[in-house]
Design a protein around this ligand. Structure first.
Ligand code: SPD
Length: 354
């Protein structure tokens, strides 16, 4: 009897302990899932740069909300962070802007142990001149900037920046709202580098832009709607944005002008003062999964730096755009110009406000 009673006591104790453990785990799960405990991940990037499906899946898997803020060009992002804006968890600058942010200590060095999927990136995208070893940034997409045009209105084959200056297209032109891109295009047309800091060359680029201005309907970093509505026939734009239009509207064409232009890598980074650093790491690591990278490249039509997804790619257009197959030719990566950037800012504001 005594034996039986002590056995029953042990069973009762184990049962009570198990129940308590289950209850605590359940409470913890419920409180983490409670709407008031949902964390918010603040992302600051160019417009439409993450497919909504990818964002929704991340929100569900991590019981969080992703808030998205847009900038139109890297200079806007740099100015905002340099002026002290904080509160973003993820930012998506381009190559040269990553360098500028490293120099001004505005992005955090990354802990690669928290990014097991980093191994999926090709070496071309981890050993990058703007951030050797990707110590501060993780390549997200890459592409070029060039001209997209509607063949319904532009009957001639386009191969040069010259087309922008033709009288047939007055007020039918859109240019990127981006000093490095637009003055860079003018410089290429004149035969100069997109990274010049020579005042005579910059002045010539500014004069050329002033000559072009009467033809420009708008400056926009996302001219898709204006192209589709027919307001604009030729737009200076980014390759992925152009390919998104072409996918559903084959009458549009995209070219990189023969005089050259810009090739870029956009990258994810965690800014100083990020309130949700652990969630930011989860976000980056999730993007680096081949299946997620595939969804991104298929929807955004930008090329992916993720070599682990190459075997999954069915779309021939996207396959054909592997960076290893790209002949750089006259395409240039933009460089951080440090203190000389001021010369560009002046030339740009003089051209835009005149
Ligand atoms: N809609 C997103 C476009 C992102 C393109 N970034 C390219 C920047 C090159 N300077």
């Amino acid at each position: 009897m005594k034996k039986f009673l002590s056995f029953a006591f042990v069973v009762l104790l184990a049962g009570a302990w198990g129940f308590l453990k289950f209850k605590t785990a359940k409470n913890e799960m419920e409180s983490a899932a409670a709407p008031e405990n949902r964390r918010t991940l603040h992302v600051y990037a160019m417009s439409d740069y993450f497919p909504s499906e990818v964002i929704k899946e991340f929100e569900t898997a991590n019981n969080c909300e992703v808030k998205y803020d847009n900038f139109s060009n890297n200079e806007e992002l740099l100015a905002k962070l340099q002026a002290g804006a904080r509160g973003y968890d993820i930012i998506v600058p381009s190559d040269y802007a990553v360098r500028a942010l490293i120099e001004s200590k505005l992005i955090k060095p990354l802990d690669h142990a928290k990014l097991p999927n980093f191994k999926n990136l090709g070496r071309d995208f981890t050993e990058v001149p703007y951030d050797p070893g990707s110590k501060h940034s993780v390549a997200y997409t890459w592409g070029t900037s060039g001209l997209v045009y509607n063949t319904k209105f532009v009957k001639e084959p386009v191969e040069s920046w010259d087309v922008l200056f033709k009288k047939e297209y007055v007020r039918k032109i859109a240019l990127l709202d981006d000093s490095r891109e637009v003055l860079g295009a003018m410089l290429r047309k004149l035969g100069y580098s997109t990274n010049t800091v020579n005042m005579d060359e910059l002045k010539a680029a500014k004069e050329l832009l002033l000559k072009l201005k009467p033809s420009v309907r708008l400056f926009s970093s996302d001219p898709k709607q204006h192209l589709l509505s027919g307001d604009v026939w030729i737009a200076h734009t980014y390759s992925g944005d152009a390919q998104q239009i072409i996918k559903d509207h084959p009458e549009y064409k995209y070219i990189t002008p023969k005089e050259g232009g810009v090739i870029f890598i956009d990258a994810m980074a965690i800014p100083e003062g990020a309130p949700n650093e652990d969630l930011a790491y989860k976000f980056i690591n999730n993007i680096l999964q081949p299946e997620v990278g595939l969804k991104i490249t298929e929807e955004l039509r930008y090329s992916s730096p993720n070599t682990a997804l190459e075997s999954l790619l069915k779309d021939e257009t996207l396959k054909a755009s592997s960076i290893r197959k790209v002949q750089l030719g006259k395409l240039e990566f933009l460089k951080d110009l440090g203190a000389e950037t001021e010369k560009w800012d002046r030339a740009w504001s003089e051209a835009k406000t005149k």
